[in-house]
Design a protein around this ligand. Structure first.
Ligand code: B3K
Ligand code: ZN
Length: 918
């Protein structure tokens, strides 16, 4: 075979790639109507025959056809069966002499590639002897030359040929229409996808796999086959994923009227995967982490994550696949919407209002600890970005989680029914199309004339175009003479890279007023609110903030109320309000809104932490410990009341009793001393552990499992609270010299019948610094040495352990030398390196800079293997500018060290360049 071109994957290889800009979008010059792919699968040399039917796009001026390619060996190009001239422009294949006119023509391209050497895990690769693909965003070009952009949608017919003994299962999108044996022990399978799709949704899988199967009937009576494929031996861990899939199918049909549009829907699990999962049409490919679960190997959190990721990928079948993105700047069109849908799915399944609130709090915690920092850092970008160098860097918490919040605000502005109507209109208008974020909001607004969304549509869309987290400042003034309470809400948004001026957003603020003495919910009489006149006053309502500053006047109030603002976290903003401690204690004890009840506790803890961090009279000991009692008695009492309150669910108590994270505390400060934050938070935890000992013991005793394991919200909430209690009791024991509780934890670790209890006990031992941690870790490894996902936990726990005199970094180096460690497996790399660099600030931010040097070495090392994973790791120092010295200058030096590498991927280069930009 003639090798004409072998692209190196870095564009045209002429220096750093240029930014791609949203405003430069043009429609494709050609359409690809159909694709017939034939694969001869071989790990070292896979042959790909690609027969396409194309036609010129009559709306675009005549121009050469430029097909994307990456790391392909090109052997043959035929146009209408004839050889043709072509040239390469960088990695692109350019055809200039194509038939004139509007008639379709046939293009045949024959290439080879080497899946065994594909460590990037983009395109076609091999994992444990099985072939997998990952095409989103731009991996299809690593399989064949193509117009690799989401607005080119084609019909696919795929024939897979491979050795039958090694690759007995051959899967692709759609329906299996033919299969059989070939010569030399080979066999084939032919798949036809009944739906047109963009190439990022293409998938194939070939290997030794087994499937759990389930037949279901949709509401219309149609039969469907659901399959979950895993490696032999893992079948026993697929029940939860299958149940989650069945619930997902039923939920989308019930809540949005969206049925399964395929005869067969497949999920396949692989242990080598860059992210969580991928929504390929009818053939979802998943990280094993989000499929495999048994009570003895997976925690409650794993069970919940599987439910939500299975739901997420399934919901993409409509939001993403039936209606897709015009270009990658519109990524949040499918991701923000689908995250919103998976959040709603989990909440609907959770059932009780309390369980819904718990899910909401968990989602907001992610937003605040990951997205808010992103929005304030060098990688800040709007939900619909204006430019990118490497699109893989924009699969971010802003696109996903903030995008979901933007959809949630639309949902709340038009109401649940109104939103369902909007979704219906969206599909009526755009089914089968590749569209924009504007098209989505327009459909929701058009279906709800007169709604606040429709009234303020143009302004609302600023959520898509302006980056940064808005701040809302609230000030209240009570006037006893008029019995009025005036609440002024003012909004602002700090500049972000490339956006110095921000216009006001549309901010829905759900609020209520509470009696400061009794805690009772007060009726809301809003002056000048014609709409509410005559109607019985409510105790909670949404006001829509559209101006830079607005004042609301509430009447008929006998005393100054306590405002409860932004209930349910009704908008993704920071709320600045000067509550007194007494007001926060009232909210914590009485607010009817569970989210704000939790929030009040967090505010109290945050305030205590920030004051202690700033108090220069409080020093740390030589070993870096902060030996001061800083929690006020009222706070401890309030926490005790929560723990003892029989009306509250265990899951909610666990959230209230968990202090704000170090990352979240750091975000509130202008200058960050990570060691001091760590020391102060640890001291607060110790104080909480010691002063509530009796209550922790009661919480432990009262929340033991009875009966069989179930990951439902009530049972998992009880396990979460008893796990926290055990952790606190071990922390207290470490202080008092008590050996009983570490002993109990070790006993629990040994006899636990589920992974949640077992891992909570192990965590309590490791995190409290008990001597029993070492034998427990050894025992855990022996027990689970053949369970890769459990061994990931074993690695992550040690890399994420609290630092004691700088012992974590050497431990991390040792873990990397462990025979079970592999840098090539993303899950394993994440479990050690990310757990240390991104999730263990106290251990990572060393004053000797060794953590940062370690980080830069790993970014460079990983970049040569897998740029996507490396670029994620590169983000660990995003917020370096906030650090105090010596960390700040050491961090800059480490980033500069990475940036100085001449042969970086575009992925890592974009991240470090932005980090260093002024
Ligand atoms: N759409 C995929 C993510 C693809 C990431 C490519 N770098 C999974 C998801 O969001 O459902
Ligand atoms: Zn998604």
């Amino acid at each position: 075979m003639l090798q004409l071109h072998s692209a190196d994957g870095s564009g045209d290889g002429a220096g750093p790639a240029a930014a791609i800009r949203r405003e430069d979008y043009t429609a494709p010059a050609y359409w690809i109507d159909s694709v017939e792919l034939t694969f001869d699968l071989d790990p070292n040399k896979t042959r790909v025959l690609n027969r396409m039917t194309l036609r010129r796009n009559p709306d675009v001026a005549a121009q050469p056809l430029k097909l994307d390619g990456d790391d392909l060996n090109l052997a043959r190009v035929l146009v209408n069966g004839q050889g043709t001239s072509f040239k390469m422009e960088g990695a692109r294949l350019v055809l200039e002499n194509l038939p004139e006119g509007a008639e379709p023509f046939a293009l045949e391209i024959f290439t080879t590639c080497c899946p065994a050497k594909n460590t990037q895990l983009m395109g076609l690769y091999v994992s444990q002897g099985t072939f997998f693909t990952q095409c989103e965003a731009e991996g299809f070009r690593r399989i064949t030359y193509f117009l690799d952009r989401p607005d080119v949608m084609a019909s696919y017919t795929v024939t897979l040929r491979a050795d039958k003994a090694q690759y007995p299962v051959l899967l692709s999108n759609g329906n299996l229409v033919d299969s059989g044996d070939l010569e030399d022990g080979r066999h084939f399978a032919k798949w036809v996808d009944p739906h047109k799709k963009p190439c990022y949704l293409f998938a194939l899988v070939a290997g030794k796999l087994v499937a759990r199967e389930q037949k279901i009937k949709s509401r219309s009576g149609a039969d469907h086959l659901l399959q979950v494929y895993v490696r032999p031996g893992d079948l026993g861990k697929t029940e939860h994923a299958m149940n989650s899939l069945m619930y997902s199918v039923a939920w989308d049909e019930a809540r949005f009227g969206l049925p399964l549009d395929l005869e067969r829907f497949m999920i396949v699990a692989t242990s080598d995967f860059n992210m969580g999962a991928m929504e390929n049409k009818g053939l979802n490919i998943f990280n094993t982490k989000y499929v495999l679960a048994s009570e003895s190997t997976a925690t409650d959190t794993d069970f919940a994550n599987i439910e939500s990721v299975v739901g997420h990928e399934y919901f993409h079948n409509w939001t993403g696949n039936r209606v897709t993105c015009r270009d990658w700047f519109q990524l949040s069109l499918k991701e923000g919407l689908t995250v919103f849908r998976d959040q709603e799915f989990s909440m609907d399944l959770a059932g009780s209002p309390s369980a819904r609130a718990v899910k909401r709090i968990e989602d907001v915690r992610v937003l605040r600890t990951a997205q808010f920092p992103e929005d304030a850092g060098p990688m800040a970008h709007p939900v619909r970005p204006d430019s990118y160098v490497e699109i893989n860097n924009f699969y971010t918490v802003t696109i996903y989680e903030k995008g979901a919040e933007v959809v949630r605000m639309q949902h709340n502005l038009v109401g649940r029914e109104g939103f369902a109507k909007g979704m219906k209109l969206y599909f009526e208008r755009h089914d089968g199309q590749a569209v924009t974020c504007d098209d989505f909001v327009q459909a929701i607004a058009d279906a709800n004339p007169g709604s606040p969304l429709t009234q303020h549509l143009a302004q609302f869309k600023r959520w898509y175009s302006q980056a940064g987290t808005p701040r809302v400042r609230a000030t209240g003034r009570y006037d006893a003479a008029t019995r009025c309470y005036a609440l002024t809400l003012s909004q602002s948004c700090a500049p972000t890279p490339g956006q110095s001026e921000k216009q006001p957003f549309v901010i829905p603020v759900e609020l209520g007023l509470i009696d400061a003495t009794t805690g009772a919910a007060l009726p809301l009489h809003l002056a000048g609110d014609g709409a509410a006149e005559g109607a019985a006053p409510t105790t909670s309502r949404v006001v829509v903030l559209t101006e830079a500053s607005q004042t609301l006047t509430f009447t008929n109030l006998d005393a100054e109320p306590v405002p409860s603002l932004l209930r349910g976290f009704s908008a993704p903003v920071v709320l600045d309000i000067d509550y007194t401690d007494a007001q926060l204690l009232t909210l914590l004890a009485h607010d009817a809104d569970a989210f704000n009840r939790w929030e009040a506790g967090q505010r109290l803890a945050l305030r205590t932490a920030i004051n202690a961090i700033a108090d220069s009279t409080m020093g740390t000991s030589a070993s870096g410990q902060f030996d001061h009692q800083i929690l006020a008695a009222e706070f401890v009492d309030a926490m005790r009341s929560v723990l003892r309150n029989p009306a509250l669910d265990a899951a909610f108590k666990e959230l209230v009793l968990t202090l704000p994270s170090e990352t979240y505390i750091a975000e509130q400060l202008a200058v960050v001393d990570p060691q001091r934050i760590h020391a102060v938070r640890e001291a607060m935890r110790e104080q909480l552990a010691l002063s509530l000992q009796a209550d922790w013991e009661a919480a432990w005793e009262q929340n033991q499992d009875t009966g069989g394991y179930s990951p439902d919200p009530v049972s998992s909430g009880r396990r979460a609270l008893s796990g926290l209690a055990l952790h606190m009791l071990c922390i207290a024991a470490q202080k008092t010299g008590d050996v009983v509780w570490p002993g109990k934890a070790y006993q629990r670790f040994k006899v636990a019948t589920n992974m949640t209890d077992r891992f909570n006990a192990l965590t309590a031992l490791v995190a409290s610094g008990s001597e029993l941690a070492t034998p427990a870790l050894a025992r855990f490894h022996t027990l689970f040495k053949d369970e890769p996902l459990v061994i990931d936990k074993w690695f992550a726990l040690q890399a994420g352990a609290p630092d004691r005199g700088g012992n974590v970094l050497p431990a991390v180096r040792q873990l990397m030398a462990h025979p079970d460690f592999s840098l090539k497996n993303p899950n394993r790399a994440r479990s050690v390196i990310f757990s240390y660099c991104s999730a263990n600030p106290g251990a990572f931010h060393r004053s000797d800079a060794a953590g940062y040097v370690f980080w830069s070495d790993r970014v460079i090392e990983l970049d040569a293997i897998n740029p996507q994973v490396a670029a994620r790791l590169a983000r660990a120092l995003d917020r370096w500018k906030k650090l105090a010295d010596p960390w700040r200058s050491a961090a800059r030096e480490a980033i500069a060290r990475v940036a100085a590498k001449p042969d970086l991927s575009n992925d890592v280069r974009e991240v470090v360049t932005r980090a260093l930009a002024e």
